[in-house]
Ligand binder design. Structure first.
Ligand SMILES: Cc1cc2nc3c(=O)[nH]c(=O)nc-3n(C[C@H](O)[C@H](O)[C@H](O)COP(=O)(O)OP(=O)(O)OC[C@H]3O[C@@H](n4cnc5c(N)ncnc54)[C@H](O)[C@@H]3O)c2cc1C
Length: 401
């Protein structure tokens, strides 16, 4: 039996989904939009979950991206708690985990990423938390309010944001990093030194070149043991060890799956009427001429919008200088572009004054930039210069003016 039909069906009720649905409504296509969302919550924004919301400075209502009234008014059928289990691109059909079926005119795959989980002994002890969903953020906050010591496992963005908030809540925080310095991904001594000093000044203890091998405790977490032989007593631990694009439910769909769903510059997934956007999309980045997958907020919003416009009959390429931001201890920093293959790093400004830019170049041409305490206008200027492949001299001259 063919199930309910939608002109536009979206799998995954997250950021890319919300952005696509709003764009479809804006383009006059309300009324025929269906969303299959594994989570029971309506689509919500994730960045505050490891920042203001975790800190208790952000209202729950502000997180939601598509509210019930908007969906009712514009004919968006939010099917919450329904996971897509299989896609038949030939028949234009999606089967959900509960066996129900849906047919589509156009399909957007926006199912994001799944958490990497710790597998070391003791990983099932209560007191170990992950941070991807609203429920997980709320559980961490609740536990943190009754805890004294925390260990953060993993020094990536989520781990370092969580460490900053837990420390601001008043916990004694230790972070276990595999790397040898903070934010080593930025490959800049200036950036790492700045954040190392910041975290140390706030009392966060960073442990480098080590990893967690065991979690211990009688009935709940009491300590974390590391490969180098450290025993770190704690009441809670938060693991931020990355995410991965789960395309298991798309096996056999005929779509190309390789580190996500492979799409071209139009976000088309290679089967008629199928598109992908957001964390799951391994897309052709025309700014750099290479396939990339990006796990960031701005990318999900813009790709959702572009995919929707293309589903609605357009065929515009997705062209964007990638961008992300993070906030730790009240300081926001931005990163623009793709530093892959850089051969030169040029710091400008003053980290001491919390106003600095770090440029990443390849063969003398600007590819990416890190910005701390710089204006939104400078951010736009840098994005323009990356897109225009500007040489260092012109970049320095323009940033100085
Ligand atoms: C705590 C946290 C803080 C962040 N902070 C920042 C930040 O400061 N800056 C930044 O640039 N980025 C940040 N990000 C990243 C950003 O939020 C993501 O890149 C963005 O949410 C990706 O959007 P998406 O729609 O692709 O995926 P998601 O928002 O993850 O949504 C995907 C949804 O699909 C659902 N789903 C999965 N499989 C299925 C299925 N088979 N059927 C139906 N539904 C399914 C999932 O349950 C999920 O709800 C943060 C992420 C987290 C978790």
């Amino acid at each position: 039996m063919p199930g309910k039909h939608y002109d536009f069906l979206i799998i995954g009720g997250g950021l890319a989904c919300a952005s696509a649905a709003k764009e479809l409504v804006g383009l006059g296509h309300g009324g025929g939009i269906g969303v299959l969302a594994e989570e029971k919550e309506a689509p919500y924004d994730r960045p505050p979950l490891s920042k203001e919301y975790l800190l208790g400075e952000f209202e729950r209502d502000w997180l939601f991206l598509l509210n019930g009234d908007f969906c009712r008014e514009h004919g968006i059928d939010l099917q919450l708690g329904i996971a897509a289990a299989a896609v038949d691109t030939g028949a234009h059909q999606v089967t959900a985990a509960d066996g129900s079926r849906f047919s589509y005119g156009k399909l957007l795959i926006a199912s994001g990423c799944h958490l990497r989980l710790l597998t070391v002994p003791g990983s099932d002890l209560p007191g170990l938390y992950y941070l991807r969903t609203l429920a997980e953020s709320e559980a961490i906050r609740e536990a943190a309010l009754h805890a004294g010591q925390a260990v953060v496992i993993g020094g990536g963005f989520i781990g370092l944001e969580a460490a900053s908030v837990l420390s601001q809540i008043g916990l004694d925080v230790k972070v276990v990093h595999r790397g040898d310095r903070l934010f080593e991904k930025f490959a800049s001594d200036e950036i790492s030194a700045f954040f190392e000093e910041l975290y140390a000044s706030k009392g966060v203890h960073s442990i480098y070149e080590d990893e967690v091998v065991n979690l211990g405790g009688k009935s709940r977490l009491e300590m974390v043991a590391t490969r180098a032989g450290r025993t770190l007593p704690c009441d809670i631990a938060v693991a931020g060890i990355g995410v991965w694009p789960d395309t298991g439910y798309l096996e056999g769909s005929g779509l190309r799956l390789d580190n996500g769903v492979v799409v071209n510059e139009f976000l088309e997934a290679g089967a008629p009427d199928v598109y992908a956007a957001g964390d799951i999309a391994n897309f052709m980045d025309v700014v750099y001429g290479r396939q990339r997958r990006i796990e960031h907020w701005d990318n999900a919003i813009r790709q959702g919008r572009r995919a929707a416009a293309n589903m609605a009959g357009g065929r515009g390429e997705f062209r964007n200088v990638s961008y992300f931001y993070s906030t730790v201890f009240g300081l926001t920093f931005d990163f623009l572009g793709d530093m892959n293959g850089f051969d030169d790093v040029v710091p400008l400004g003053s980290f001491e004054n919390k106003s600095a830019t770090v440029l990443y170049l390849r063969e003398g041409v600007l590819r990416a930039a890190f910005l701390l305490g710089r204006s939104p206008q400078e951010r736009s200027t840098v994005a323009e210069m990356i897109a225009a492949k500007q040489p260092l001299k012109e970049v320095e001259a323009r940033l100085a003016s």
